[in-house]
Design a protein around this ligand. Structure first.
Ligand SMILES: Cc1ncc(COP(=O)(O)O)c(C=O)c1O
Length: 493
């Protein structure tokens, strides 16, 4: 009997089973034929009879053969023999577009997922000004590791079971106290829902507050993580211009426009970095109260403010319960933690808790346990002070280096808060900036255009500089190398 079953790492009975199944599929054992008895085949192959019996039982369970006894096993006719070698075990690739929902089609149309190459270290790019990285050199790794391992070792029936969708209560309590103390929010633990980063908060808001066709006010320039989420939900974007003070609230649409939501970044307009002044904050809240719209306040980075204390969030000024406040630990701790939070008006907590449960049950418990201790022990705020000082030194080094090398050929925006700067290049168009990005990459400097954050092409070209993860000397060297690529202006005679 021609059975090749030896060259594989699988257990013997599985190899015998695969070889027999292959024989049935390619017609060597046609329907109605009898397989050898288990004893005969075992002798033939030099394996135990039990090995062959297990293989026959598996074939019988899958409907390839019928066994009346150990000596009588007949091939069934359900599988039509294919005389060619069996096809390789890969999923078939169907060419036509798959039938998917309108939501899925919009995700592909709007290219919401960045390419894999957008993540991780870029080979050869030593000075990477990528936006989004955090200052990790001050992070107390030892303390964090200890907290995680203490909780992992104490794993109990409670911590290994399904957990509450709104999040671990001691974390929500510690967070509410921190937000009241340090940020002036009016909230208690019942209003807080722990989520997987600000992105999940935005996604839940879109699902719960918008229907296809609904109008949403967004800032221009904008944060694609939010605008693409709203568009994927089928919402209509009402893009409102921003100026040197942030969102131009005088242009908020009338009640007849029936906007259901306004998404704003008042702490540090993304990406321009302007801080919304009090007058406009109040105008926005007044508009929400008059029109019945919700306001989604994305407070992604206000902990790092370099001139004065962090500004009062919209939520702290809200007397009508229209503000949904979103915070994240991506910039204050590290992005792979994937923890953020929603501070909700009381009337919405039940809806968001239900949606969180429907979406992914709850955020991973172990990091929540560690974070609760990290915040309540005071480590979080201690760390924020150290990371803030680092970020301030890096921001200053970047501003100084840019000013030294480029002078009035550039315009810097957004330096008062946050972990990035927006820099316009006077006299350079977006195309020239793209060429500069390519040349800089070859010189080991990672640069990022501002174009993806604007709907219409801008007249001047610009770059977004993230600085939190680079040392002061790396920032200086990176900008020196960049300056060497930009021709100096001709002196006027
Ligand atoms: C405007 C804005 N919101 C939120 C976030 C944070 O997103 P997440 O918490 O999902 O990492 C970012 C991060 O880049 C951001 O730029």
């Amino acid at each position: 009997m021609l059975l090749s079953f030896k060259n594989s790492a699988a257990p013997l009975n599985r190899r015998v089973y695969l070889a027999l199944k292959g024989g049935i599929r390619d017609g060597r054992f046609p329907p109605g034929s009898r397989l050898p008895s288990t004893r005969a085949l075992a002798t033939d192959l030099g394996v135990s009879r039990n090995t062959v019996t297990l293989a026959y039982e598996q074939l019988a369970a899958e409907g390839y053969v019928s066994s009346r006894s150990r000596s009588s096993t007949t091939v069934l006719g359900a599988v039509q023999p294919q005389p060619q070698p069996a096809p390789p075990l890969v999923a078939p690739r169907v060419q036509q577009p798959p039938q998917v929902s309108a939501f899925a089609s919009r995700l592909i149309r709007d290219k919401v997922a960045p390419p894999t190459a957008a993540f991780g270290r870029r080979p050869g790019v030593r000075y990477d000004f990528r936006y989004g990285s955090a200052a990790l050199d001050e992070f107390p790794n030892e303390i964090w590791r200890r907290l995680l391992s203490v909780h992992a070792r104490q794993a109990s029936r409670d911590t290994l079971a399904y957990a509450a969708p709104a999040g671990y209560l001691p974390l929500r309590t510690a967070l509410a106290q921190y937000l009241q103390r340090a940020r002036g929010l009016h909230c208690d633990a019942a209003q807080i829902i722990i989520v997987n980063g600000a992105q999940q908060a935005i996604d839940l808001v879109a699902r719960l507050l918008l229907d296809p066709g609904d109008a949403v006010v967004v800032e221009e320039p904008h944060y694609p993580g939010a605008t693409k989420t709203f568009e994927a939900m089928g919402a209509r974007l009402l893009r409102l211009a921003t100026d040197a003070q942030g969102l131009d609230t005088a242009q908020l649409p009338p009640a007849s426009a029936a906007a259901r939501l306004a998404y704003v970044t008042p702490c540090h307009q993304f990406p321009s970095g302007t801080i919304l002044p009090l007058e406009r904050r109040l105008a926005l809240l007044d508009w929400a109260a008059r029109t019945g719209a919700w306001v989604l306040e994305d407070d992604y980075v206000s902990e790092f403010r370099y001139e004065g204390k962090p500004l009062e969030p919209l939520q702290a000024l809200d007397r009508q319960g229209r503000v949904i406040h979103v915070g994240t630990f991506s910039k204050t701790l590290f992005p792979s933690l994937r923890l953020g939070y929603l501070v909700l008006p009381h009337v919405l907590t039940e809806h968001f808790t239900a949606a969180k449960w429907m979406t992914d049950r709850f955020s991973m418990l172990l990091p929540q346990l560690a974070l609760a201790d990290f915040i309540s022990s005071g480590q979080f705020e201690k760390y924020l002070r150290r990371a803030g000082a680092r970020n301030a030194a890096r921001r200053q080094a970047l501003v100084d280096a840019l000013t030294q090398h480029f002078g009035d050929r550039i315009e810097i925006a957004g330096g008062k808060t946050g972990v990035h700067l927006m820099v316009w290049f006077n006299g350079m168009g977006p195309g020239e900036v793209d060429t500069l990005i390519t040349r800089a990459t070859q010189a080991g400097v990672g640069l990022y255009a501002i174009a993806p954050y604007f709907v219409k092409p801008t007249v001047r070209g610009g770059l977004l500089f993230g600085y939190a993860s680079l040392s002061v000397s790396e920032i200086r060297t990176g900008i020196r190398k960049l300056a060497a690529l930009v021709p100096a202006p001709r002196r006027k005679k």
